[in-house]
Design a protein around this ligand. Structure first.
Ligand code: IMP
Length: 440
């Protein structure tokens, strides 16, 4: 059975939750490998709607083990709230496992995130204010608090005695009035620790054991390729690696253990927060797409910026993620638009550019070069086969597939799991899992 990575090919919010949901029946484990509670997905299970930020949506299936890997930054308040809410609604959460090595988002990270953004004013990144960047920064600086530290107040106290005065000074320097006090933080953390202790584990071995057993493991990315810290539109990015490679570092698997990379994209583009967005629509067409597509951030409630589909970053995202198959979401939202634009290249300083520019300055100057496609008026919600799509919709999907250079195997035409067009496809490659000597 394959290890499958699910990765966003745009600026996040591509509908990766639906892909996980669609594959759930054949999956034994879902691993979240990066990000924190900046992500959010709404999952519908029967008549119930669940809004989740940290716990993988696989938790809604009793047969799936859910893992939060070492690459994730965890706000214990959010995690406890989600576990409690799920339990109160009858969902079994005892098997959710969180890496002992994942880093904790501390209250001073939230304060720093807010203060840094406030100081940047007009140049702010537009973060979700969840403390993501400061928590990853402390991790890289090797002064972070890890989930296992919550279990040992003495170790935690020692760490915080050095760190908290520094963080208070930094807050003062950047104009924040918030200050933190050691004893209160140690007490808070001890409470988190005692609530979460049974969920903490060395998740790397859990994932490795599942792969060795031949279980289908799904590694679920949050955000998207263009928000990747190293490969996205820096500095308007998040502070982790949503790309498929992040599944290796953040999930605890090797590159050769990945069999399939499913790239997820919407039939148009959206972006939350600041940063260049060459195909952005600021007209009634954009408003129509945003309204029909309910393009409002799950975490922040901010309206998402909307634009035409951009094939320039698509080609790039397929390459950096080694995408083997694509799920195209929200095709139904484009019904009723007389003519669709598809960005195929940029004009930058008078030159035609077909590859994604790594420089933020170049990207900010990029003007889209569009190919136009006649739209369709028909409602797509009932379509279940590609052949039954209106001809213009089929042409549009084919054009996207041609730019991607890999097959679009799933097309979503509505929020329900059943509102999906499935094309027969063969996973990229099948791993023959050897049984190590002594473990037979
Ligand atoms: P941060 O991850 O909160 O630090 O925010 C950094 C950038 O990533 C901002 O532009 C956010 O709007 C964006 N971002 C973070 N998480 C998501 C997400 O789940 N969907 C879309 N954008 C996101």
């Amino acid at each position: 059975m394959p290890a499958t990575v699910i990765v966003g090919l745009q600026w996040g919010d591509e509908g990766k939750g639906k892909t996980t949901d669609f594959l759930a029946e054949q999956v034994a484990m879902v691993v979240r490998y990066q990000g924190g509670d900046n992500a959010g997905h709404t999952v519908q299970s029967g008549s119930e709607v669940f809004k989740l930020h940290l716990v993988p949506s696989g938790v809604l299936y009793p047969h799936i083990s859910c893992v939060i890997g070492p690459g994730v930054v965890v706000n214990p308040d959010t995690l406890i709230r989600e576990l409690d809410t799920l339990a109160a609604r009858g969902i079994e959460t005892a098997a959710v496992r969180v890496s002992r090595n994942s880093h904790v988002i501390m209250p001073y990270h939230l304060a720093l995130d807010r203060a840094m953004e406030a100081r940047l004013a007009g140049d702010a990144v537009g973060t979700t204010h969840r403390g993501i960047g400061p928590a990853y920064a402390d991790r890289a600086w090797r002064v972070g608090v890890r989930m296992e530290d919550l279990l040992d107040s003495a170790v935690l106290r020692e760490k915080l005695e050095r760190l908290v005065p520094d963080r208070n000074s930094l807050l003062a320097a950047i104009g924040s009035e918030e200050r933190f006090e050691n004893d209160a933080l140690v007490e808070l953390a001890a409470g988190w620790g005692s609530r979460l202790t049974r969920h903490l584990a060395d998740t790397t071995w859990l994932v490795q054991d599942a792969l060795r057993r031949g279980d289908h493991v799904l590694l679920e990315g949050a955000q998207g390729t263009l928000l990747d810290l190293d490969h996205g539109s820096y500095p308007f990015v998040t502070s982790s690696n949503p790309i498929a490679g992040g599944a290796c570092t953040g999930g605890g698997i090797g590159p050769l253990q990945v069999d399939e990379v499913i790239g997820v994209m919407k039939a148009y583009s959206t972006r939350v927060g600041a940063g260049p967005f060459p195909t952005e629509l600021k007209d009634s067409i954009g408003e129509g797409i945003a309204g029909r597509g309910r393009e409002v951030g799950t975490t922040t409630g901010r309206p998402r910026r909307v634009g035409w589909f951009d094939a320039v970053p698509l080609r790039y995202a397929v390459a950096v993620n080694s995408v083997s198959a694509i799920m195209l979401n929200k095709l139904d939202i484009l019904s009723g638009i007389p003519e669709l634009c598809l960005c195929v290249a940029y004009q930058i300083d008078g030159r035609r550019v077909e590859s994604w520019p790594s420089s933020a300055e170049l990207l900010a100057r990029a003007q889209p070069i569009y190919e136009t496609f006649p739209g369709w008026a028909e409602d797509l919600h009932g379509v279940r086969a590609l052949a039954d799509l209106p001809e213009n919709a089929r042409r549009y999907v084919s054009a996207l597939e041609e730019h991607a250079g890999v097959p679009i195997v799933l097309v979503s035409v509505g929020p329900e799991r059943t509102q999906t067009i499935e094309r027969a496809y063969r996973p990229m490659r099948r791993r023959v899992t050897p049984t190590p000597v002594g473990l037979a």
